[in-house]
Design a protein around this ligand. Structure first.
Ligand code: HEC
Ligand code: HEC
Length: 505
């Protein structure tokens, strides 16, 4: 019997149509599944979270990785790729602190973003450090104190030099990552990392050029940064056309304890803080600081910063751990009340005082004026445009004409002293400038409980963080905060008593 072509059994015909349809749709379905998979990888934005606020401060993200983050494995590999650009072994040789069992130093956070783990700096990198009782004693970590051993300029130089080197290529970096146990997938090895390495090199070379003004300054040494000239770079100021006197703003990392009691001063107005008192709002000081952690208005993680901000409101410095001569301290308390309390607060926790949180004019305080001159009216105006359109737009930056009278909580851990870190100990600060050390070593974390400050007499001794600071160089002047009102004319025994009292802060 001749078969009627239309007489196919219905079951088989459905099969064929189904097969055909599947064939037609399969690539789309596969593309969709792969696409969703890639999207879930490359669109994910997941910071590593920490329950405790202290851990969040040390290792939590403020959002900087989104804009500025280094791919985790590149970060890990670079010290092996460019060892000649580091003063010693790994990031620790730049004064970064590794806690036992941690793969990243304090102050470095991690976030899964754009399909890879990315890392960047957070607040703790500049606001946490260590103290030791003796050269062979274990270091104690103190959150909120100035990172007086971290050399951020050497850190930048390391990345800039490495990006300029012929070895900053995937041919060198990817095998190094694999050798370190990176276990990268095919996609990572052949697409993601080569692209990331290329982008990172371009970006570092661009930043190197824009920050080149820094290399005309004397080295900052550990524990210092030029905050506001770096801000001008971010606003695209033509750095080489600025007046020379503006271009030397290197200053000490401050402590950031007790931001709550630092809000209001005796007259009910906000305290003028930052070294030159250029901002009265701790919330703005925090958000402005967040630029230092690589964030920008659209990328800042406000919830994460908010957590740090809240915790800093009443984070207190650790108490002086060595003996105090009570009788001597009591004598010092009277002198402090007479000479210092008006400007620095009634005590280590009581910040009341008629002039606390006010700015003392430069002619009166007489300290090095470079940091003051580095902050300009033009910069204040530009900062006022930051976060424009957001509810937290900056409104309180202003140009001042002196340095701020700040509370002295935890002053024992804030050495070296003055905004440019030019005086190694409290006892030295009570001497007239002519009798203060002309050169000394910065960056030691071994404590000197007699003169109150860190030891400053040790040469390198294998510790790459130690740095010879020269007060004769521009911006490093150790003059000022001198004369009758500042206690430098007191008898030696009175100065000793004052220092004894300041130990209790
Ligand atoms: C790159 C180093 C660096 C990083 C990172 C950094 N800071 Fe700071 N911070 C500084 C320096 C330097 C100053 C002093 C600026 C000045 O007045 O010249 C400062 C000042 C401050 C102050 C004002 C202190 C005072 O009382 O005058 C606060 C508050 C602060 N930082 C909080 C933070 C927070 C919160 C973060 C993280 C979001 C952070 N900082 C990240 C370096 C840093
Ligand atoms: C007229 C106000 C005023 C008086 C009085 C005064 N100071 Fe100061 N003090 C300041 C200012 C302003 C600074 C910041 C100067 C700078 O960094 O350039 C400062 C800085 C300091 C610092 C350094 C803080 C740091 O973190 O580096 C210490 C310590 C200090 N003063 C102690 C004292 C003592 C002790 C007395 C009393 C004997 C005293 N001051 C008297 C205004 C004053």
């Amino acid at each position: 019997m001749k078969k009627d072509p239309t007489d196919t059994p219905p079951v088989t015909g459905g099969w064929r149509r189904l097969a055909l349809r599947t064939l037609l749709w399969a690539p789309w379905a596969i593309a969709l599944v792969v696409g969703l998979d890639l999207a879930s990888r490359f669109l994910a934005d997941e910071p590593v979270g920490y329950g405790s606020p202290a851990e969040h401060f040390k290792y939590g993200s403020t959002g900087g990785e989104r804009e500025s983050g280094f791919p985790y494995w590149i970060w890990q590999a670079l010290p092996q790729i460019c060892p000649e650009s580091l003063p010693g072994e790994g990031y620790a040789s730049l004064g970064m602190i590794y806690e036992p069992g941690k793969d990243l130093p304090v102050g470095v956070s991690k976030r899964f973003h754009l399909g890879i783990d990315r890392v960047f700096l957070n607040c703790a990198v500049c606001h946490t450090s260590t103290v030791r009782d003796a050269p062979d004693a274990p270091p104690r970590l103190v959150l909120g104190m100035p990172a007086h051993r971290f050399d951020i300029r050497a850190f930048e130089t390391f990345f800039f030099e490495c990006a300029s080197s012929a070895r900053f290529r995937s041919e060198y970096i990817v095998p190094q990552i694999q050798a370190m146990g990176g276990d990268l997938s095919w996609l990572d090895r052949n697409v993601v990392y080569p692209v990331a390495i290329g982008l990172m090199r371009e970006r570092l070379l661009m930043l190197k050029e824009r920050f080149d003004f820094v290399f005309d300054q004397p080295p900052w040494g550990p524990g210092r940064v030029d905050t506001f000239n770096s801000a001008k770079v971010l606003f695209n100021f033509p750095m080489h056309q600025l007046p020379e006197k503006e271009l030397l703003g290197a200053s000490d990392f401050p402590s950031i304890w007790l931001q709550g009691p630092r809000m209001l001063r005796d007259d009910g107005e906000r305290m003028e803080l930052h070294w030159d008192g250029n901002n009265t709002h701790t919330e703005e000081r925090n958000k402005s600081a967040a630029f230092g952690t690589g964030t920008t208005p659209p990328t800042i993680d406000l919830r994460a910063i908010g957590r740090v901000e809240d915790w800093l409101l009443d984070l207190a410095p650790p108490a002086w751990p060595y003996p105090v001569d009570a009788a001597q301290a009591q004598r010092g308390a009277a002198l402090y009340a007479e000479y210092c309390a008006g400007c620095h607060g009634a005590g280590g926790r009581d910040f009341s005082g008629a002039r606390v949180g006010h700015v003392t004019p430069i002619a009166d305080i007489g300290t090095d004026r470079s940091r003051l001159d580095s902050y300009t009216y033009e910069l204040a105006v530009n900062q006022a445009t930051l976060y424009a359109g957001y509810p937290h737009r900056f409104r309180h930056f202003r140009k001042t004409f002196g340095y701020a009278n700040m509370p002295l909580d935890g002053v024992w851990l804030r050495a070296p002293y003055l905004h440019n870190g030019s005086v190694p100990t409290l006892r030295d600060l009570l001497e007239p400038a002519a009798s203060r050390p002309v050169t000394f070593f910065r960056g030691d974390d071994v404590y000197d409980p007699t003169r109150v400050g860190f030891r400053s007499d040790r040469a390198a001794d294998g510790d790459t963080a130690l740095f010879l600071f020269d007060t004769r160089l521009p911006g490093n002047g150790n003059q000022g905060h001198e004369g009758h009102a500042y206690g430098t004319e007191l008898a030696a025994s009175d100065k000793d008593a004052l220092v004894e009292f300041l130990k209790t802060f």
